[in-house]
Design a protein. Structure first.
Length: 346
């Protein structure tokens, strides 16, 4: 870790994830923290404890930075704002509306199922269940059909999360944009807008020490969930663009992700993530050739994923890939008589 930067793991319990990394950036005035976990007293206690281990108190936190509008990242920002009067920095597009809340899951369907395997085989941990349905339950998705309904318990859990998210939303006192310079850890760092996982995601580049604070944009072993429900027309294209944006920075020696452990091969990781999506796009084309006629998102999704992963989140990722191919001119979209779009790719 670079001078003046400390990684503090905060416990979270989200599908596929056991912790979020809050980074403390120490300076002569006190400390700035990036991504202060989920809302709620348990996280607040964990933050107090972690800061305490570094000889710090919550009142030393003059600034809270939020990499993107997911509740496990902005969680305790409001509490810092209210109790300490901390500045709150996020991208100027920061918003947590129905679209953002609906993105719920943090990691891709593949990684959720891998995690599920690990948990059930190694720890015998309880089933985390399927991810939440997009936006509000009921109604239509852009890929047609009714929104699938997860089990009641999960619906209540996620609705609670959504309410929690809204009730705990901080005021962004210092909105930033791409290229902005911030004084952190007594040196200059730069804001890199990296839309994809969310439209308001940003990374921080610390050129003096060759560090990239990557949020959820580039994670060491999992790929972030790219939702088909997004403010962007082509979230996958935004994500590719943003992967290149960080891969092109010279001199990065260490990446500090929001989940998992720090790693050094930034370009290797961005290439692997792109390859993963390219392979998926190729598979979509193969499936389409196999169908030999236009098919719905759900039909593609059920060929791409194993039955236990079927559902709204798999459909959402599939839709993002189909729309990406369509906008590249590599797929045609037809509106069926039932209003459900059908795709031919290849
Ligand atoms: Zn996220
Ligand atoms: Zn995250």
């Amino acid at each position: 870790m670079g001078p003046g930067i400390l990684r503090m793991e905060l416990p979270i319990r989200l599908p596929g994830l056991g912790h979020v990394n809050m980074y403390a950036l120490l300076d002569s005035e006190g400390v700035a923290v990036l991504d202060p976990g989920l809302p709620g007293p348990a996280t607040w206690r964990a933050i107090q404890e972690r800061l305490g281990q570094a000889g710090l108190k919550t009142k030393d936190v003059h600034t809270v930075l939020i990499s993107h509008s997911h509740p496990d990242h902005f969680g305790c920002a409001l509490r810092f704002q209210k109790e300490v009067g901390s500045k709150v920095i996020a991208h100027h597009r920061f918003s947590f509306g129905p679209v953002q809340a609906s993105q719920g899951p943090e990691v891709s369907v593949d990684d959720l199922s891998a995690q599920h395997d690990r948990e059930t085989t190694e720890n015998g941990a309880p089933d985390l269940g399927p991810p939440p349905a997009p936006v509000s339950w009921g109604g239509k998705t852009p890929w047609g059909g009714e929104r699938p309904r997860p089990p009641l318990k999960r619906r209540i859990q996620w609705r609670f999360m959504k309410l929690l998210g809204k009730g705990f939303l901080p005021t962004i006192t210092h909105p930033v944009e791409h290229g902005d310079e911030l004084r952190l850890a007594d040196r200059e760092m730069f804001v890199l807008h990296t839309p994809g996982h969310t439209g308001d995601h940003f990374c921080l580049h610390d050129p003096e020490t060759g560090i990239l604070l990557a949020g959820d944009h580039v994670l060491p072993s999992i790929t972030p969930h790219i939702s088909g429900l997004s403010s962007s027309r082509d979230p996958l294209a935004s994500f590719f663009y943003s992967l290149d944006r960080v891969a092109e920075i010279g001199g990065i020696g260490q990446v500090l992700p929001a989940h998992g452990h720090p790693f050094d091969d930034l370009r290797g990781r961005t290439e692997a993530i792109k390859r993963h999506h390219d392979e998926r796009l190729e598979t979509v084309k193969e499936i389409s050739r196999d169908f030999g006629k236009p098919a719905t998102t759900r039909q593609f999704s059920e060929r791409l994923f194993a039955p236990r992963n079927w559902g709204s989140m798999a459909d959402s990722e599939t839709y993002a890939h189909l729309e990406h191919l369509r906008l590249l001119g590599q797929a045609d979209r037809h509106e069926g008589p039932d209003g459900v779009p059908r795709y031919m790719a290849g």
